[in-house]
Design a protein around this ligand. Structure first.
Ligand code: BV8
Length: 226
């Protein structure tokens, strides 16, 4: 029976590339109010502030490099053709820049722009502002193409199908605080998959996993992939 491996990643896999996490000691949510920068209501109240938040993260992402954990997952995918899919909560492109090709961005991507008026999507400029007219409808309603709290994550049908048919599930660098991603381990376990958590600290859902590999991603992920 061939293996089918679903790998869920969160901000912790990009931490050693210099991109901030959300809920760690100096995390983004300790410096920004997520209601103000990661909800549609916050964007409606102050789009300029939200664009500043994402423009800063887009610039950080451009300066960052994939790390050994991203590279190890790209190797795993290359060595197991057709058996590995990465479902990431991250909006950075470090998985792709490490060579991974089957990456599902369930919370969108910094590289995407979305028109809040007509849902048109196009590649994001480095610096985005609401006044940028939509290339399709010309409305000045440009927003980052990311999934905010209260919005429906992308590709959920495809993700549910992967979880229902996987033989192995790994979660890497995620606190297990945000749903529906935090519930994926239970769905994989219900489907009979062997589940592994690779994380610096135990997540909120660590008890749902068959196995844990504690430690920084750049050390434990290459060991786990080997
Ligand atoms: C939805 C935007 C309906 C993009 C983000 C009450 C109870 C339960 C749920 C809810 C509730 N009230 C509301 C909800 C739903 C809500 C939710 O879960 N809220 C939480 C706060 C309670 N969820 C939603 O609204 C979602 N939508 O539910 O729609 C629906 C669902 C399904 C089908 C139909 C309809 C939308 C959620 C998406 C929100 N957008 N971000 C962006 O700006 O990036 S979420 C934000 O948190 C990020 O996207 C991030 O991906 C996500 C999760 O964070 P993590 O990645 O886990 O990062 P965190 O800092 O938390 O943890 C880092 C971890 O790494 C730590 O464990 C740390 O130990 C570890 N680590 C650190 N360094 C390292 C390391 N590990 C290894 N190596 C290291 N070096």
């Amino acid at each position: 029976m061939t293996d089918k491996i679903v790998i869920l990643t969160g901000a912790g896999i990009s931490a050693e590339s210099g991109l901030g996490t959300f809920r760690d000691e100096d995390g983004l949510w300790t410096r920004y109010d997520l209601e103000e920068v990661a909800t549609p209501e916050g964007f409606a109240r102050n789009p300029g502030f939200v664009h500043e938040f994402y423009n800063a993260r887009r610039a950080n992402c451009a300066r960052a490099e994939p790390n050994a954990a991203h590279a190890a997952l790209a190797r795993l995918e290359r060595d197991h053709p057709g058996e590995v899919v990465i479902v990431t909560q991250n909006v950075d492109d470090l998985h792709e820049r490490a060579g991974a090709t089957r990456v599902i961005h369930m919370h969108g991507a910094l590289s995407g722009a979305l028109c809040a008026a007509c849902d048109h999507r196009w590649p994001a400029p480095h610096v985005m502002q609401t006044a940028d007219p939509c290339p399709a409808c010309a409305t000045p309603a440009t927003r980052p193409d990311v999934v905010w709290f209260g919005e429906i994550p992308y590709h959920m049908d495809e993700i549910m199908n992967h979880l229902a048919t996987c033989t192995r599930f790994a979660a890497i660098g995620t606190s297990g605080e945000v749903y529906p991603a935090a519930g994926f381990v239970q769905l994989a376990s219900d489907a009979g998959a062997h589940t592994v958590e690779l994380n610096l600290d135990p997540s909120s859902v660590v008890s749902s996993f068959s196995e844990t590999w504690p430690g920084p991603a750049t050390q434990v992920v290459p060991d786990w992939v080997a």
